[in-house]
Design a binder for this molecule. Structure first.
Ligand code: ADP
Ligand code: MG
Ligand code: MG
Length: 250
């Protein structure tokens, strides 16, 4: 589904990603772990197509299509979903309105008809119910005064509505509280599907106590330096990242 080959990327002319290879197949959940500053968030920004992140070498394809040639909104329309650590707060926009705008933008980009409001409301309620999410917060301004758990609920609901092919969650260093941690892990588990892939970026092993990944990668100095099964996360928790920092610098 997602194939990243020899990816090099710079921020302000400083090389951050230095030859990253990664392959995520449909139905798989991959965890990327690694020391602070290894480039995990940079990878998610490059996939999102954020300004100022310049790809200098390598390729990224989603279902065989060159992702890097697409604008950020086109990437979303092709089924890429990114969740970042600090979601946007928009006081004047009700969360419900935001979700509707996001879904309709995606439908338009795919050349499909927008959903009329009643059909949209019905769909949101169904998705929210299936995830055990209350629709009460949807009346409030987007993320305004939301707890960590509510922000994550909103994010998971957005994911459920947009039905992405590949979800990238950058939860690094976010200090998710227990509530938010549960929301993210239950949401990911509920949305796991054979035609959908996940990349869960996390500094800490504890998120992976609730989401059992198929594959765990260690990232250091801008590359994937080790790949293993779920047991690798436990090994990292026990031993820390010191070995990888030293190895990658050598
Ligand atoms: P991680 O998410 O693994 O902690 P990051 O991708 O946030 O790593 O950062 C990797 C490196 O890139 C760090 O050395 C960081 O200082 C640098 N970096 C990230 N974003 C920027 C930026 N906008 N401008 C300059 N340097 C940056
Ligand atoms: Mg960091
Ligand atoms: Mg980060």
């Amino acid at each position: 589904m997602l194939t990243i080959k020899n990816l090099h990327a710079s921020v302000e002319d400083k090389p951050i990603l230095k030859g990253l290879d990664l392959e995520v197949k449909a139905g798989e959940v991959h965890a990327i772990m690694g020391p602070n500053g290894s480039g995990k968030s940079t990878l998610s920004y490059v996939l999102a197509g954020k300004d100022d992140y310049e790809v200098t070498e390598g390729s990224v394809t989603l279902e065989g299509e060159d992702l890097l040639a697409l604008e950020p909104d086109e990437r979303a329309a092709k089924g890429l979903f990114l969740a970042f650590q600090y979601p946007l707060e928009i006081p004047g926009v009700a969360t419900m309105t935001f979700l509707k705008t996001a879904l309709n933008a995606q439908l338009r980009a795919r050349g499909e008809a927008e959903l009329p409001t009643p059909a949209f409301m019905k769909l949101v309620r169904e998705k929210a119910d299936s995830l055990g999410i209350s629709t009460e917060m949807l009346k409030r301004g987007l993320n305004v005064g939301f707890s960590g758990g509510e922000k994550k609920r909103n994010e998971i609901l957005q994911m459920a509505l947009l039905e992405p092919k590949l979800c990238v969650l950058d939860e690094t260093d976010s200090g998710l509280d227990i509530d938010a941690l549960k929301v993210v892990s239950e949401g990911v588990n509920a949305l796991r599907a054979k035609n959908r892939g996940f990349i869960v970026i996390t500094h800490y092993q504890r998120l992976l106590d609730h989401i059992t990944p198929d594959v765990v990668h260690v990232m250091a100095q801008g590359r994937i330096v080790r790949t293993g099964g779920p047991e690798l996360a436990h090994e990292l928790e026990a031993q820390g990242y010191a070995a990888y920092v030293a190895d990658a610098a050598a």
